[in-house]
Ligand binder design. Structure first.
Ligand SMILES: Cc1cc2nc3c(=O)[nH]c(=O)nc-3n(C[C@H](O)[C@H](O)[C@H](O)COP(=O)(O)O)c2cc1C
Length: 169
């Protein structure tokens, strides 16, 4: 486990491959005095910004994960394996507001030292990120096609930029 450049770049490549093949990766968040929550995300980007290795994720305010990530500015991204298709669909449709997705998937939350959000033990590749910037996408800044396709009911994403502080691959 290290933040060696080769490691996080390789882990990013694996994340993109999982998104392409399996539709998504897992975003884990944990608000203050809450249980951790897992949500499937298809939109994540990675690279160097502000001289740091950064992963950005987009979360709609309607997600239960939104409350968590707003309360505690840290997240993990855990990369699923081929045999986790069921869990990807489940974590991308059920809400943590009504179910404990760690329990219902039988995934194991593991807390690393000095990090308040767990990783999923069953995922061999993961990132731990601390949010260094957040912003909201703005309706008037979009071209109309995107509004029409993605925001007909509002629910404009917030974008969270997380500095990668630990990676496992
Ligand atoms: C393949 C896939 C990708 C998704 N990507 C995102 C995403 O990038 N951002 C988002 O806000 N919701 C995304 N979703 C929807 C959430 O995963 C879904 O609404 C989930 O139930 C939210 O869980 P929560 O309410 O426990 O946070 C995706 C769903 C699927 C199936």
């Amino acid at each position: 486990m290290s933040l060696n450049q080769d490691f996080w770049k390789k882990a990013l490549t694996e994340s993109y491959a999982a998104i392409e093949k399996l539709t998504g990766v897992f975003l884990v968040t944990q608000g203050k005095e809450r249980k951790p929550n897992i949500m499937t995300i298809g939109w994540m980007q990675g690279g160097i910004i502000w001289g740091r290795p950064i992963i950005s994720v987009l979360v709609r305010p309607s997600r239960f994960s939104y409350i968590h990530i707003e309360e505690n500015p840290f997240f993990t991204v855990c990369v699923p394996t081929e045999n986790m298709k069921k869990e990807i669909n489940w974590c991308g449709s059920a809400s943590g507001a009504t179910v404990d997705k760690f329990k219902s998937t039988a995934f194991t939350p593991i807390y690393n030292e000095n990090f308040s959000v767990p990783v999923i033990k069953e995922c061999p590749i993961y990132f731990e990120c601390r949010i260094v910037q957040k912003t909201k996408v703005i309706e008037t800044n979009f071209i109309p096609e995107i509004i029409h396709e993605y925001y007909s009911s509002g629910d404009f994403h917030s974008v969270y930029y997380g500095e990668i502080v630990r990676v496992k691959i």
